[in-house]
Design a protein. Structure first.
Length: 162
């Protein structure tokens, strides 16, 4: 579990696009947003997978995963147990919270790895506008979002050895 992600995360949120393993779809993506809970002194990753057709952004399935523990399943268990519930949580491995944690961990494993990888020294970023020769290169990570309402920057991530 990349519990140190807050110290490496370049912006509050990123939209990640990747080539789809589904041959009928060219690309898929997802929103990754880092949050800090001041009361609990804990970071969380809010994940909105954009891999299925939806009628609008408000209909994306958004899941929260606390950045705690050593393994993603441990983080998922602690996330599930932190969610208020009307029922008493059972401690057995057959409990509903444990099944929920396994589903949460399984559905977000890819995104946790992507967030960790994108903030590692093994990845370099190239400004697409510069690569296409349309603008001078911008520095990664950007110091702040464009306050003038201009177009968002688009970056290509590639292995550092490339």
């Amino acid at each position: 579990m990349p519990v140190d992600l807050p110290g490496r995360w370049p912006l509050f949120g990123l939209y990640v696009v990747f080539l789809s393993p589904n041959p009928a779809v060219q690309a898929e993506g997802g929103f990754l947003h880092l949050e800090w809970d001041e009361r609990e002194q804990r970071a969380a990753l809010r994940i909105a997978s954009d891999t299925e057709p939806v009628a609008g952004l408000e209909r994306l399935d958004v899941q929260l995963l606390h950045l705690v523990g050593e393994m993603i399943l441990e983080a998922a268990r602690r996330t599930v147990r932190a969610v208020p519930s009307d029922t008493v949580l059972a401690a057995s491995s057959d409990s509903e919270p444990d099944r929920s944690a396994m589903l949460l961990a399984g559905s977000n494993r890819f995104w946790v790895r992507a967030a960790d990888r994108l903030t590692s020294p093994q990845v370099n970023f190239v400004d697409v506008a510069q690569a296409l020769g349309r603008a001078p290169g911008a520095l990664w990570p950007p110091e702040q979002p464009d306050a003038k309402g201009g177009a968002p920057l688009l970056w290509l991530a590639m292995p550092a050895s490339a």
